[in-house]
Design a protein around this ligand. Sequence first.
Ligand SMILES: Cc1cc2nc3c(=O)[nH]c(=O)nc-3n(C[C@H](O)[C@H](O)[C@H](O)COP(=O)(O)OP(=O)(O)OC[C@H]3O[C@@H](n4cnc5c(N)ncnc54)[C@H](O)[C@@H]3O)c2cc1C
Length: 391
Amino acid sequence: MRTTVGIVGAGPAGLLLARLLHTAGIDSVVLESRDRAYVEQRQRAGILEQGTVDVLRAAGAGARMDREGLRHDGIELRWAGRRHRVDLPALTGGRSVTVYAQTEVCKDLIALQLEEGGPLLFGAEALAVEDAGTARPRIPFRHQGRADVLECDYVVGCDGFWGVSRKAVPAALSRTFERTYPFGWLGVLADVAPSHDELVYARHDRGFALLSMRSPSVSRLYLQVPAGTDAESWGDDEIWAELERRFATDDDWTLERGPITQKSVTPMRSFVHEPMRHGRLFLAGDAAHIVPPTGAKGLNLAVGDVVTFARALVHRRETGSADLLDAYARTCLGRVWQAERFSHDMTALLHRAPDATPFEDRLQLARLERIASSRAAEADLAEAYTGFPLD
Ligand SMILES: Cc1cc2nc3c(=O)[nH]c(=O)nc-3n(C[C@H](O)[C@H](O)[C@H](O)COP(=O)(O)OP(=O)(O)OC[C@H]3O[C@@H](n4cnc5c(N)ncnc54)[C@H](O)[C@@H]3O)c2cc1C
């Protein structure tokens, strides 16, 4: 098999890249190790930055998002019984975010790709990326029990943190930057209307909690739990009681309960691999970087990477210049490190470390007071939350 761009992985990064290349008239093949149902049902991110929304619309993948996505103009911070709303458009010159689940983004992009785009092979596991340093990189893969090879002009590794692409960068050239956190998020989906119409980020002495939503009738809720917690060790009533404690306010706000339909624990990690390019291999999304989900940046960063790659390849075709391809890693890493900083800061602001001292607790509260009382501090948060521009 031969193509211009071999894409490893059909998460949001790989699927959007295939769509962007298709609309630019560049052929690609996507290899995805899992089946379609698995990819479409994997619960993950849910907050789309303004820039991501704009890109999906421009790629012709925004119709259902525009119908069903929920535009949010604010988030609420909660601590010590207090509530403070951050008005996103007022602080950012009109920018907002959209709540539309990653599962739905993937479903929309898969449907478009199968209808109009190049091959998207499910159950096709890439075994390695070979000859990345040459003009003819290759991806040996296994599809429905048969061994095959995809020969390409370029390979984009969109295969997530556990994929094979990153391993093709020689160890002597690789550098990783990493932090693991001593806690994770217990996330639940519940069949109940969200108790607040915007996201609520709560800092509590017992740990962080987040109220989010998937639709007007489905709530997505998270609790900070110790690293390594088994989701099944938490009973449903216990989860609701703990959520109520952490979201408690001084006014008459209440949390509506409903049937919990799914629960899982997400570990928290910050990770960056440099460089994001080796020869004709480009790493994109979680294959190159991970952020803790507190800043809602993971999916949006993946979008930024593949937009940067697609623009660079189109530029190369139109002008013959490889300048933008050569600048790929530098361009992406600028945004990546800003997102790493923001995601780390939001995590530190809102979570309670197991060894936190009373001094650190007071600092957290002082930071929250600062955001509530200083327009500059609040605008800094709002600007990062709604996303850094893609150009
Ligand atoms: C449990 C969880 C919860 C999250 N929650 C949030 C959140 O609330 N907010 C947020 O912003 N972000 C969240 N994230 C992060 C966000 O979902 C990711 O940043 C996003 O999925 C990155 O997209 P991606 O396409 O780069 O990688 P992925 O979505 O990981 O996609 C990679 C794809 O590659 C495939 N693959 C792997 N290896 C191979 C191979 N050898 N051959 C072929 N295919 C392969 C995988 O099956 C997968 O489909 C969460 C992540 C996880 C794991």
